[in-house]
Design a protein around this ligand. Structure first.
Ligand code: FAD
Length: 266
């Protein structure tokens, strides 16, 4: 059986700076990490592999699209227990919006030939759109369950998962092949690979795939394959401290009205 985990390398910060001239993100000097939701997705895949290994052998392949340094995130996944890593890296892939990203990832999954479960994080902590998982499922033509926080059962080519909703959760049974996006429960403690596992990871299969490897018309990838147009990127202006009126409520309202009239707001 083949499990595929889609992982993204993200900046280890919530304060991303924007180049005012180009409107692009300044990534230089910002340390990167494996997207935390994706580490949980990987660990779920590895836990399931462990659970069913006596009945069904499972191969776990990790795929990431990104610049060459995204290899670090894949190597961490290999050290945590994944069997094989594939980095989709090519200048042609640059500037991809979520659609072009999903299309590239879906083409790579198809190229693997066989896949049974595709694991994604619920969202990447930088882009935060949560669109890539559902888009990849749509492009692969397979069912999806989003916001999965636990796998409850696995038998006869179907999986039972717990999926979070606004009001609680639902239990869903799905036939394979399928895609799930993982929500990290608050109790999750991410594992850290041992030094021996890190060294072992260097001997595991790792490949770099380019647009040439995926084949077909290159204009479907990257910026040229992206229907989204970003007209402006900016950081929201820092808000002032504001004014606090500590008088009783009537006096306070009077002061607020006076202040608004002074500023000619009312
Ligand atoms: C017009 C436009 C241009 C852009 N140009 C660039 C650019 O030049 N450089 C750039 O870095 N970003 C660029 N982006 C942002 C980029 O499109 C998104 O970061 C990317 O599509 C993923 O979306 P997200 O971060 O919201 O992921 P989400 O949808 O929130 O991620 C959900 C899950 O999908 C999987 N996933 C997401 N991205 C990847 C990936 N790359 N590899 C493997 N798995 C993944 C992970 O499992 C993740 O947890 C651009 C966006 C737009 C709209």
């Amino acid at each position: 059986m083949e499990f595929v985990v889609l992982v993204k390398q993200v900046p280890d910060t919530t304060e991303v700076k924007v180049d005012p001239k180009t409107g692009t993100l300044i990534r230089d000097g910002v340390p990167s990490i494996l997207n935390p939701f994706d580490q949980f997705a990987l660990e779920e895949a590895l836990r399931l592999r462990e659970k069913i290994k006596d009945r069904i052998p499972v191969n776990v392949t990790v795929i990431s699209m990104g610049p060459p340094q995204a290899k670090t995130a894949i190597m961490k996944c290999l050290a945590l227990g994944a069997d094989k890593g594939i980095l989709l890296s090519d200048r042609t892939f640059a500037g991809a919006d979520t659609w072009a990203t999903s299309l590239t990832l879906a083409e790579a999954v198809k190229k693997l030939g066989k896949f049974d479960i595709v694991f994604c994080g619920q969202q990447a902590i930088d882009g935060d759109t949560a669109q890539v998982g559902p888009e990849v499922a749509q492009l692969l033509g397979i069912p999806q369950v989003t916001y999965v926080d636990s796998i409850l059962g696995f038998e006869n080519n179907k999986i039972t998962v717990r999926s979070l909703t606004d009001d609680g959760y639902r239990v869903v049974e799905v036939k394979l092949p399928m895609l799930l996006t993982c929500s990290t429960p608050s109790s999750f403690e991410p594992s850290n690979p041992s030094m021996a596992a890190i060294l072992k990871a260097n001997k595991k299969p790792f490949e770099i795939w380019t647009a040439e490897t995926l084949g077909g018309d290159k204009s479907k990838f990257g910026l040229s394959g992206s229907p989204t147009q970003v007209s402006r990127v900016y950081s929201p202006p820092v808000r002032g401290k504001g004014v606090v009126y500590k008088e009783n409520i009537e006096e306070g309202i009077k002061k607020v009205v006076e202040a608004l009239m002074d500023k000619k707001v009312i």
